[in-house]
Design a protein around this ligand. Structure first.
Ligand code: PMP
Length: 303
């Protein structure tokens, strides 16, 4: 094997992952350097979390929804997808068990075989990796910067697919924000309306109601859907609509939500501080409810 440049350490010599039907040692698993995925970003993935529930069990939150989205993403990219959601969920629990993980981040990836052309393939590979979850954006309120990068044009990409190549856009935006001393970026869509963060959806709160960008130019997040469920359960009004930056800057509070980020409040956007005390906001109540929901003792139905 050649000498790879060292990256962060997500695995050690004991770690296992799932690859095409088998649980194998991470250190032994290889990717073909001629893979179409590596060269063109042509792959579909998911970001899932498991939690240690109140009774001490391990539960993958919304596993069916995530694996259903993986299937949809692969299909939108014309990648063959022959995998069964129930088998993948079972395999994921096995990977967690063998790696001794409870609070974990789970990364399924559907990737292409060796192929330097632009032609479709007759089969796809799938791997499922998991590692211990570290705080993603942290727990403090975020200083957010309006990005100079827009989200990809939905006429050029299937923006609702979680496609690897789309994430170059996310990396550019996040790196720009951090280089300028902010915690995270907020990207607009091609029409100049608020879209989402590099890896999270956005909501804002104004006069006791919530607002979020309508779907169409964003990744429709599973956490976003959960926040909508929480609002329905708690009788909080939510409007999905087009949102301008100036409107957002007049909000009482705002937050990002995503599987990794969970629900995380904004301190400011471009140095405009959101006036409502976080602990007094509805957004904070939603954050607390989300934390409770993910660690409830409900076993996900395996469909
Ligand atoms: N938008 C983008 C661009 C993302 O990468 C993510 C993370 N998957 C989200 C939104 C939030 O999606 P989810 O709640 O399904 O994690």
């Amino acid at each position: 094997m050649g000498n790879y440049v060292q990256g962060n350490s997500y695995y050690n010599e004991h770690t296992v992952l799932y690859l095409n039907g088998q649980v194998v040692r991470a250190a032994d698993a290889k990717i073909d350097l001629y893979s179409q995925s590596l060269h063109y970003g042509y792959a579909a993935f998911e970001g899932i979390r498991s939690y240690r529930t109140a009774s001490g069990e391990t539960r993958i939150f919304k596993a069916v929804e995530h694996y259903d989205r993986l299937r949809r993403s692969a299909e939108l990219l014309h990648m063959p997808y022959t995998f069964q959601t129930d088998e993948l969920i079972e395999a994921t629990y096995e990977v967690l068990k063998q790696n001794n993980l409870q609070d974990a981040y789970i990364r399924p990836l559907v990737f292409a075989p060796a192929n330097m052309t632009f032609n479709p393939n007759s089969a796809s590979n799938i791997c499922i990796q998991a590692w211990e979850m570290q705080p993603f954006l942290g727990d403090k309120l975020l200083r957010v910067m309006s990005s100079s990068y827009q989200r990809p044009n939905p006429k050029g990409f299937h923006i609702e697919a979680k496609a690897s190549g789309h994430y170059v856009n996310s990396l550019l935006a996040s790196q720009e924000a951090k280089a300028k001393g902010f915690d995270e970026a907020l990207l607009l869509d091609m029409n100049g309306f608020v879209a989402e963060g590099p890896g999270a959806n956005i909501f804002y709160e104004k006069d006791g109601q919530l607002y979020t960008p309508a779907i169409g130019n964003i990744l429709p997040g599973i956490t976003r859907a959960t926040v909508l469920e929480i609002c329905a359960a708690e009788g909080i009004a939510v409007t999905e609509k087009r949102i301008s930056t100036s409107e957002l800057k007049q909000a009482d509070a705002a937050f990002f939500c995503g599987t990794a980020a969970e629900v995380i409040g904004f301190k400011s956007l471009d140095e405009t501080i959101f006036p409502l005390q976080w602990k007094e906001s509805l957004s904070h109540r939603i954050q607390q409810t989300y934390k409770a929901w993910v660690t409830e003792n409900i076993k996900e139905p395996i469909s």
